[in-house]
Ligand binder design. Sequence first.
Ligand code: UD1
Length: 349
Amino acid sequence: MDKLLIRGPCQLDGEIRISGSKNSGLPILAASLLSDGVVKIRNLPHLHDITTMIELLNCLGVELLIDERLGVEIEANTITDYTAPYNLVKTMRASILVLGPMLAHYGKARVSFPGGCAIGSRPVDLHLRGLEALGATVNVDGGYIEATSEGRLKGAHIFMDKVTVGGTENIMMAATLAEGQTIIENAAKEPEIVDLSHCLVAMGAKIQGIGTDKLIIDGVESLAGCEYQVMSDRIEAGTFLVAAAATRGRIKVKDIDPSSLESVLAKLEEAGATLELGEDWISLDMKGRKPKAVDIRTAPYPGFPTDMQAQFTAMNSVADGVGTVVETIFENRLIQVHEMNRMEITAIR
Ligand code: UD1
């Protein structure tokens, strides 16, 4: 879809079920490469990035069975190729997540270097440094990252210079099959990392400190198959809540754990929303009132998520008062503001 036509104004009013999490589904699909058994994944969302990751596994020769609800059964031992090619990596940066698992399980991996993207340069230096600390030899040649390991990777004590979600995931996945213990300090602790950790544990991995910034992984010789249900998408849920708040409406989002959205819900209350929380649902009611602008500053979890920044910027633009938005994660992630300013100019003229 390259065009959306939206006729406003209207107040959102309704209920919606939240899909599975993209940022959890992607690393979990990559983690299947660690297993010697069949990994069955449920609740994957119907999104282009998910089908690209499935296509990537397929192009490595991995056998996959997909049912009509995007439940996927993966048997990674059928792998025949160890290269994630440029044409797939360029459309989805999360392809880098196959690097750690392939290297740890098969001793070799070749992944096209992901370039920058619209929101920032997005280097992968910390992924590579972490894998080197685990004993891998890493070279970059002809635009490809080539990583190899003589025998099993070796556990190591790794301090992450920056909190990185993908970096933590890649190193944690690789460490599950390393010889000995790996400690990752200053690890990211996003709910999606917790979800990935639970899936790895279901495969037989030994991980302590799940949900904290210190992950302790005792490597095992092999990982088995498992069945795993991907968590719901907190960013999708947050986006619907903000859309209802911006339009002075009301909404109930279902199949979502409210505890994954604490910083976002606090800001919605500050904006004037009345919230009710259940075990797996959130309802929001603006009672027909305009939202109040809120100050936000993005930060790693449990701080305010950068993936919710653009939505709150949009809400602030139709709110009462002035809100300051500070983006600290990606250098170019206020890119949407230029387009929003053009909308205002059109309206005034
Ligand atoms: C993931 C999410 C993305 C979210 C982001 C931050 C997925 C598939 N995507 O992206 O939706 O916006 O977390 O919550 O889960 N960095 C380095 N060196 C590295 C790695 C990262 O300098 O080796 C920097 C990045 O440029 C960025 C910051 O660290 O400034 C955080 O990036 P990171 O957490 O790694 O984001 P992703 O995993 O790419």
